[in-house]
Design a protein around this ligand. Structure first.
Ligand SMILES: Cc1cc2nc3c(=O)[nH]c(=O)nc-3n(C[C@H](O)[C@H](O)[C@H](O)COP(=O)(O)O)c2cc1C
Length: 272
């Protein structure tokens, strides 16, 4: 069986889960191809004829798969192939990610046979948050392996089930879009070098999934930056920074009525 695993991963949490999932499929006898769709040049239409089944991995950005991932998924032709999805998230809202992503994939003519979610150090920890800082870790990798084993049985047809309905969101796309743009006003400012010393290695520009980061000026374009912080995460010299978000961290915990310990207790979950 030929399985394609596609994943978007700005700060490498989703990539770690993708690797554990892929290794398990390989030990089960599958021929696995990994495709990192973080670089824009890799978000090209898939030739689904080349694979029997496809796994889609993405971080959760404002309750959904990142906009660039949704846009790419909307270009796909599933041709009735089986698909699985998984998400990493920073310990806060997951809903309605499973529902909205399944809808996109099924509209593209894939049959979604499983889904999963895994806590992963919140991207905004780069600005001072402390959400699920050490995740994903060994217990999450064990769930990723179990997810791959169970999904494989569905891919081969040994298990013919599909997940039940995911909770449907009451929010409109317009509302969810507004949450996404609100982030730039209320949470993150644009990543910037602000004159800090830099060896001009250009990695920030190469790692930016939308071409928003100008590695020469060290400034990001406000229209195209999606605040994924790939540039800050990959900056070897620690020259790129996001704004200090420690005050917002306290407010966020209070608003969500959660403590840091509540977040640390979040478990990876499989949906079958
Ligand atoms: C713009 C943005 C929005 C996010 N929104 C959420 C969210 O709604 N809920 C949540 O729990 N985590 C959220 N996160 C955290 C990421 O989902 C989490 O850190 C993820 O593991 C990052 O994956 P990656 O390392 O593969 O990029 C958000 C991160 C970013 C950058």
């Amino acid at each position: 069986m030929k399985i394609l695993i596609t994943y978007f991963s700005a700060t490498q949490n989703t990539e770690k889960i993708a690797r554990h999932t892929g290794q398990t499929f390989t030990t089960l006898g599958a021929e696995v191809t990994m495709r990192d769709i973080t670089p824009p040049e890799n978000r090209v239409p898939l030739n689904t004829n080349d694979f029997d089944c496809v796994v889609f991995g993405a971080p959760i950005h404002s309750w959904r798969a990142p906009r660039v991932v949704r846009d790419w998924m909307n270009t796909l032709e599933g041709k009735g192939k089986k698909a699985a999805m998984f998400f990493t998230y920073g310990g806060f809202g997951v809903h309605p990610c499973h529902y909205t992503t399944r809808k996109i994939l099924e509209d593209a003519n894939f049959t979604v046979v499983s889904s999963a979610e895994f806590p992963g150090a919140h991207t905004f920890n780069l600005g001072g948050w402390e959400a699920v800082a050490d995740r994903p870790g060994e217990p999450d990798f064990a769930v990723a392996e179990e997810f791959a084993r169970k999904t494989y049985r569905r891919f081969t047809g040994e298990d013919t089930g599909v997940p039940g309905e995911f909770e449907k969101t009451a929010f409109t796309d317009e509302f969810l879009d507004s949450i996404e743009s609100y982030r730039f006003k209320a949470l993150t400012q644009l990543p910037t070098r602000e004159g800090r010393e830099c060896t001009m290695c250009m990695v920030c520009g190469q790692k930016c999934p939308t071409g928003a980061m100008n590695p020469v000026t060290g400034e990001a374009d406000s229209d195209t930056c999606i605040a994924c912080l790939a540039c800050v995460h990959h900056c070897q010299e620690n020259a790129l920074k996001i704004n200090d978000m420690t005050g917002i961290w306290e407010a966020k915990l209070e608003m969500e009525k959660l403590t840091r310990e509540d977040l640390d207790r979040k478990q990876s979950k499989i949906y079958l």
